[in-house]
Design a protein around this ligand. Structure first.
Ligand SMILES: CC(C)(COP(=O)(O)OP(=O)(O)OC[C@H]1O[C@@H](n2cnc3c(N)ncnc32)[C@H](O)[C@@H]1OP(=O)(O)O)[C@@H](O)C(=O)NCCC(=O)NCCS
Length: 208
């Protein structure tokens, strides 16, 4: 049985824990930076180890919703940790799609032919990703996001719940697309876009 450690003990981590259970994988342990969180269900939650002190007898998933924090943790402990995926058995994934390590795919997702999904991506509940899309590392596609064919999403971008993106669009890195937005034009790096049709309201300064 594959043994997995979770980094993070939030609601998002609970969703991933249930996926691992559906996949018949064993949760070997949970680590959390916030030491006030001591348990998750019946699991004891342990403080996050310092560099060099992580257990080596399992693979890891960074179960943290923040794209920026997932990147920070993945890069900080890159040499030390080996990452795996969690893919819900009720996700439909083309044999011609590729999915990177550390990525999680929730229930009801459809990933169509020749889609490439990077590392440490969140593909949240009921997303639809159509043919030949390229989803970069540390992206989060929120629940019910619909991405048409040949769309590229840059590193770390967050697409809000229920947003849709028409075919052929290029979304830059570290963008935020608001809940329910309709994206019909390319989006530059760091842009925060809302509405139908999507319009830029500001830039994501947190990561610039
Ligand atoms: C886009 C978003 C990040 C903006 O948040 P913010 O930086 O706090 O911005 P504000 O709430 O101050 O809103 C700024 C303006 O944009 C508008 N706006 C914000 N979000 C909007 C949205 N999703 N659709 C349409 N307009 C929106 C606000 O009404 C406000 O307009 P005003 O200046 O005319 O009053 C946020 O509203 C959002 O949609 N986040 C997505 C959350 C999500 O999907 N989470 C899923 C987790 S799984």
């Amino acid at each position: 049985m594959q043994e997995v450690y979770l980094i993070g003990a939030s609601g998002h981590a609970k969703v991933i824990a249930e996926i691992l259970s559906e996949e018949k994988k064993l949760i070997k342990g949970i680590f959390e930076k916030n030491e006030a969180i001591e348990s998750m269900w019946d699991f004891k939650v342990n403080p996050q180890p310092d560099a060099g002190a992580w257990p080596r007898d399992g693979e890891y998933i960074i179960a943290v919703g923040s794209n920026r924090i997932r990147k920070h943790v993945a890069e900080t402990f890159r040499e030390e940790l080996s990452f795996c995926k969690a893919i819900h058995p009720k996700a439909t994934i083309s044999n011609r799609a590729s999915i990177g390590d550390g990525t999680v795919v929730m229930a009801g997702v459809t990933v169509n032919t020749e889609v490439s999904i990077g590392k440490h991506v969140i593909v949240n509940t009921n997303c639809s990703i159509d043919h030949e899309c390229f989803i970069s590392d540390y992206v989060h596609l929120s629940p019910n996001v619909a991405v048409a064919g040949d769309v590229h999403v840059g590193e770390g971008s967050h697409i809000g719940i229920g947003a849709c993106v028409v075919q052929g669009i290029r979304i830059g890195k570290w963008c935020i697309i608001g809940a329910g937005a309709v994206i019909i034009r390319n989006v530059p790096d760091y842009a925060v876009v809302v509405g139908n049709p999507g319009r830029i309201i500001k830039y994501n300064k947190e990561v610039i």
